[in-house]
Design a protein around this ligand. Structure first.
Ligand code: MG
Length: 335
């Protein structure tokens, strides 16, 4: 398998802050090309991967993996033994193989999977943590998007939500990114609920499933897991602890695994959101092809980027509009 890869510096429109970290100006992603198929990944240090570890993984594969590239399931199964925990690296490869296959067959990914492109949901637009006035300004700039996801996990969460409610009446989803203790979460959710907050994502530490369960049992709002769920095998232990889960390709290792997670979550009665990192339109559009299968989409990573190298999925009043070109269907933007 010949894997061409390169690193892209995505420049952010605004510095972006969540409870545990801030990204100031640039976010690096790594893109691959395999026999004309394009893939991308945005590794997260939180999950133990960096651009460097992804590069090393690609170098290992470059000398050792061949076979029928159309048989994506087989290729990805074989990768399990070579790249056990390199999920971000695997995600880029899985994405490129899907793009390659769609292009070869002349069909967009949604069609390859038998999905109806009209069934895509609205996407949320994410407001990062900042001073109240700046968050209000970001809400004004997000006028085109009907749903907001607000990052919290500060010592003034209620103040921030009150400030946003002065300038918008849109539904708000709150993402605490693991910042609260279970008891603290219950208190905060009680305070936030009257302000039109509709769901809470990852209130507590990733491994504290009992904590998630405690929060769910004592809260009126739906609780979603993000950092607590990475792959399909994580789903059964989350049953009863949360109402839904947030899938990301970078966490799970690609589109095939994401599809498995969706079906397993459904079988356990969980709602499904598909989210993203800060990525270009390449990674975001690949994930968007899965959205006819999910309840919620949080696919706005490319909207936070000033120098997106691709054009792909677009939005109409917040609804994801899938491109109908073969494969992922992105087109490079001429510089
Ligand atoms: Mg999240």
């Amino acid at each position: 398998m010949n894997i061409q890869h390169h690193i892209t510096d995505l420049k952010l429109v605004h510095p972006f802050k969540i409870a545990r970290r801030a990204v100031d100006e640039f976010r690096q992603v790594i893109s691959v090309e395999i026999d004309g198929g394009l893939g991308e990944t945005a590794p997260a240090r939180f999950y133990g991967e960096t651009v460097e570890t992804v590069q090393v993984a690609f170098d290992i594969l470059d000398t050792g993996l061949d076979g029928n590239l159309d048989a994506i399931e087989s290729v990805m199964s074989e990768l399990e033994s070579v790249l056990g925990h390199n999920y971000a690296a695997k995600s880029a490869i899985d994405m490129a193989l899907h793009d390659r296959l769609g292009k070869k067959l002349g069909v967009p990914l949604y069609q390859l999977w038998g999905l109806d492109p009209k069934e895509t949901p609205l996407t949320t637009f994410t407001i990062g943590i900042d001073e109240p006035e700046i968050m209000q300004q970001k809400v004004h700039e997000a006028e085109a998007y009907p749903l907001l996801k607000v990052k919290l996990g500060t010592d003034r969460d209620l103040e921030l939500i009150r400030a946003l409610r002065e300038v918008t009446d849109k539904p708000i989803y709150v993402d605490a990114n693991t910042a609260w203790t279970p008891k603290e979460a219950v208190g905060k959710i009680r305070e936030l609920a009257p302000y039109g907050v509709e769901l809470i994502e990852q209130p507590t530490k990733p491994d504290d499933l009992e904590g998630l369960k405690f929060v769910r049992e004592h809260s009126e709002l739906p609780i979603f897991a993000d950092e607590s769920v990475k792959r399909a095998a994580d789903i059964p232990s989350l049953v009863g602890c949360v109402d839904g889960i947030n899938i990301k390709l970078v966490k799970c290792g690609g589109l095939l695994e994401a599809m498995r997670i969706i079906h397993i979550a459904r079988a356990h009665g969980l709602q499904v959101m598909i989210g993203c990192m800060i990525e270009s339109s390449l990674g975001i559009t690949a994930a968007a092809h899965l959205t006819p299968l999910v309840d919620y989409a949080d696919l706005d990573g490319h909207l936070l980027v000033a120098n997106d190298p691709y054009r792909g999925v677009t939005l109409e009043e917040g609804k994801l509009i899938l491109p109908d070109l073969p494969g992922i269907g992105v087109v490079p933007i001429e510089k």
